[in-house]
Design a protein around this ligand. Structure first.
Ligand code: KG4
Ligand code: ZN
Length: 436
């Protein structure tokens, strides 16, 4: 089966097409398309994601990205027929559309009206949809998966309404997917970014599993008893880990998003370093650790010893703020950036790793997985792997490819495959605050 997946929960417009074959206990995957269009540059100017700007960008991007995905997957044959018509004269789009929905019966008009009513709140998206997709033949896909939450409501609605319109036009079932389920499944596939029609390896895991999901808006420890059976055993009481990274980065004068910048600075933040400007993944892991360790800055590890599995990062963020406020009178904060970043990252990592390992022991899980934007953090990956190796050597840590840590649609396709439910479109809506 082929699953088309759409993700627009925040500031990435993403579309993926995943082909699955074989039995469910041992599926074979082929990634036919995996496109992520980031809006980071647009939001960076504002120091964070602006929901209505994100919505506008999704409206603009979705149709071209979908067309590209269908081309990648070689699923656009009917459109080619249309272009031949075009060379022969006549309007290819209306011709194809009218063949499928004959004008005489009024079906074409009715269909157009139904589609327009689905997308009436997304006028820019409707413009592209009408121009490009009405004349596009039904592609050979089996389901349309879409993120319905959690996320930014205006951004989510664009994807949800787009998926509903495709469901109406192509008569393919709709599968609403929880974004955090997507982050869980992102760890279970190994693929190559940018390689189309790439065979992807499925990392089969043993249940129960414990997932540490850390993103810009969420920090959750989730017990996963089997596919689709999620129980949140702890979450943040205030800021998410990624949010704390972003806020501290801002205090240090870095742009948005701040996580990668903090990680880089903590490791080799000096401009003259040979690693300056490199991405986390390009820096050898061993070299990420032993710098700045001697600097006597100490930030709190909030509720690290509490009996539950909740997190709290706002106190840590305030501690950094006060430290900067008190220290900038006598020292250059710019010079201290690497040390501050390092100790902040250590504090976050300590709390996340300590609670994850403790939960893994208590719930006697057979696998620990990591997911979400902050899962790109090399120090976190390394610490978690090291602690598990010493304290629970039989429990493997399964981490996502770096290209899968941020928001993407491939993880939504995977979640749809493993635990999605086909749902009638009138039962699907965006839900900004839904939990797993
Ligand atoms: O999952 P994601 O792409 O979007 C949400 O669903 O929120 O996560 C984005 C978050 C941002 O807060 C970003 O700063 C953080 O992930 N992040 C990192 C790193 N790369 C991205 N945090 C720490 N270290 C990183 N290397
Ligand atoms: Zn996310």
């Amino acid at each position: 089966m082929k699953i088309l997946a759409i993700e627009t929960s925040c500031d990435e417009t993403a579309v993926a097409i995943l082909e699955v074959s074989g039995p469910k206990r041992d599926p074979k995957f082929r990634v036919l398309s995996h496109i992520v269009s980031s809006q980071i540059k647009i939001h960076a100017r504002f120091g964070g994601v602006v929901p209505n700007l994100a919505r506008r960008e999704h409206e603009k991007n979705l149709v071209p990205i979908l067309m590209q995905a269908l081309r990648d997957a070689k699923l656009e044959s009917r459109a080619r027929v249309s272009s031949r018509h075009s060379r022969e004269g006549g309007n290819p789009e209306s011709r194809d559309f009218n063949t499928r929905f004959p004008i005489k019966s009024g079906m074409a008009k009715k269909m157009q009206e139904r589609l327009h009513s689905i997308l009436e709140r997304e006028p820019e998206l409707w413009k592209h949809f009408e121009r490009k997709l009405l004349g596009f033949g039904k592609p050979d896909i089996d389901a349309i998966a879409v993120t319905y939450g959690p996320g930014l409501a205006p951004a989510l609605w664009v994807g949800v309404n787009f998926a509903k319109a495709l469901n109406c036009l192509w008569d393919k079932p709709l599968i609403p997917v929880n974004h955090m389920a997507g982050h869980f499944y992102s760890a279970l596939i190994e693929t190559k970014k940018g390689v189309q029609a790439a065979k992807a390896t499925y990392k089969k895991i043993s249940f129960p599993a414990l997932a540490l999901l850390v993103s810009g808006a969420h920090t959750e420890l989730v017990l996963v008893k089997k596919h689709g059976d999620f129980r949140i055993i702890g979450s943040t009481l205030d800021d998410a880990a990624g949010e704390a990274f972003d806020k501290v980065a801002r205090m240090l004068g870095f742009g948005y998003p701040g996580g990668p910048e903090i990680a880089r600075t903590a490791a080799f933040g000096h401009p003259e370093s040979r690693h300056a400007g490199m991405k986390d993944r390009e820096i050898p892991l061993r070299q990420l650790t032993d710098r700045n360790d001697k600097f006597p800055i100490k930030f709190p590890r909030p509720i690290i010893n509490s009996r539950n599995y909740d997190f709290s990062f706002s106190g840590l963020k305030t501690a950094v703020l006060y430290f900067i406020r008190d220290t900038e009178k006598t020292h250059s904060i710019k010079k201290l950036r690497p040390a501050i970043a390092k100790e902040f990252q250590n504090a976050v990592t300590d709390v996340l790793v300590t609670k994850t390992v403790r939960a893994a022991k208590e719930f006697q899980v057979k696998t620990v997985t990591l997911g979400g934007g902050v899962a790109a953090n090399a120090a976190l990956r390394e610490r978690l792997a090291a602690e598990l190796a010493t304290q629970l050597p039989k429990v493997p840590l399964v981490t996502p490819d770096l290209s899968m840590t941020g928001d993407n649609a491939l993880m939504i396709a995977l979640a749809a495959y493993f635990c999605g439910k086909k749902t009638s479109p009138d039962q699907v809506w965006a839900d900004a605050n839904v939990t797993l």
